[in-house]
Design a protein around this ligand. Sequence first.
Ligand code: SAH
Length: 244
Amino acid sequence: MASETKTWRATVLTLFPEMFPGPLGVSLAGRALAAGLWALETRDIRDSATDRHRSVDDTPAGGGPGMVLRADVLAAAVDAAGVAPDRPRLLMSPRGRPLTQSRVMELAAGPGPLVVCGRFEGVDQRVIEARGLEEISVGDYVLSGGEIAAMALLDACVRLLPGVMGSAESGSDESFSDCLLEYPQYTRPQAFEGQSIPEILISGDHAKVAAWRLAEAEALTKVRRPDLWAVRSSQKRPKNTTDG
Ligand code: SAH
């Protein structure tokens, strides 16, 4: 199928195209970009401005501080990007659904998204609806623009693309797979400031190592992320028990 051979592609709409590829141009993501394992297209929203001053924002209707990205300009920018209908259209937004590893995995498995980066006080509500933008948040805090949020999202996706990470397995054991945080990691030296690596990890007993890691991951998740633990517990309920 043609879609299987197509390169995963990110199209970013931003007022600051010079911020890209930025951190996505180095290390794992950068090497993968240079190797053609994914493609990045950055488009300047301002190119879709129509007036003499190339303005992209205006004051909020109803009053209040700051400026709002205009619906007509942003809609024109989305349309000009000409993304195929099967590609997700995302808007980075603190009001969006919090980004999760499972959504990242879905996005990485698809053709690659269009990502709109907001600025100022945000974007006119009408364009979100008119262009079917899915709002995604990277956490309960407010950034000054969507670019860093978009980079976080794209970085998380790109490392999952085929051929990007060294070992095909290095994604499967990580934090959030199976609603667990990752177990503690250790490496040489064996002794560090009076602390040694847990004995079991150098025992060579793979079954015991696996059991220890699972127990550590579970303990950590229970304490640090009761929300994840609750989801995991509800998923892991044995099939032969009944609720009643
Ligand atoms: N006034 C808005 C915040 C605007 S911040 C509000 O209170 O909700 C400006 C832009 O930064 C947003 O349009 C969005 O694109 C981006 N942004 C800020 N915080 C973000 C977050 N936590 N996740 C994703 N994008 C965010």
